[in-house]
Write a protein that binds this ligand. Sequence first.
Ligand SMILES: O=C(O)C(=O)[C@H](O)CO
Ligand SMILES: [Mg+2]
Length: 259
Amino acid sequence: MPSFSANIAFLFADRPFLDRIDAAKAAGFDKVECHFPYEFPIPVLRERLARAGVAMTGLNTAPGDVARGEWGLAGMPGREADFAVHWSDALAYAQALGTGKIHVMAGVVAPEARAAALDTYVANIRRAAREAAAAGVTILLEPLNVRDKPDYLVSRSDEIADLIARVGEANVKLLFDVYHVQIMEGDLIRRLERHRDVIGHVQIAAVPSRHEPDEGEVAYRAIFDALEAIGYHEPIGLEYRPRGRTEDGLGWMRALGVA
Ligand SMILES: O=C(O)C(=O)[C@H](O)CO
Ligand SMILES: [Mg+2]
């Protein structure tokens, strides 16, 4: 039976961020993941998680200046110093909160600048991975679909798998977000099988709506079976935008036989 972590960037989003931790627990989740926790001091987060009895299993490096179109800095030539600050903040939060996975955000890059950006990305990830390893943390690299994030540096799982080989550090893994992979590449079950050794986390949502995973073009019951078959037993991240109140939409779990 698969287990799940509630991504509180999207789930329970009708209430303040810290209250989403309690809402997740009340709905039956003892693991949450998030995008950007940095506006909250570590002691506050730690206290809220402990009080709720919830573990924070994943977080992202900061996005940078979102208003200017930034979405991560790891693959931005000339921004290495800013990335280093984002990275050390992420690692500090992860270590203090006992979070084992950090998604390192790559960045939005014009097509003609991609080759140099990929060199920067690989170098930054390699340096970060060595520090992460000493802290027992896994780095996740996630391809984002170009419909939602045009010009994001990495948009395909196959390319990420090649980049992971290029980085050459064992604690750098693929974040296989089924929503993005379906939009860009499809052939989901074969791709899960092919990338099984480098998959470090999985997230799900319906395609194309990004709502609860009980509608649209992906047969999630078959995906759960495929994950079981490849030996993926970590919590699956619920990173969908609920159709209404999160609690009212959780019936999909029973419908798909995972509750
Ligand atoms: O958008 C996603 O799918 C994510 O998982 C990121 O963390 C943010 O882009
Ligand atoms: Mg995702």
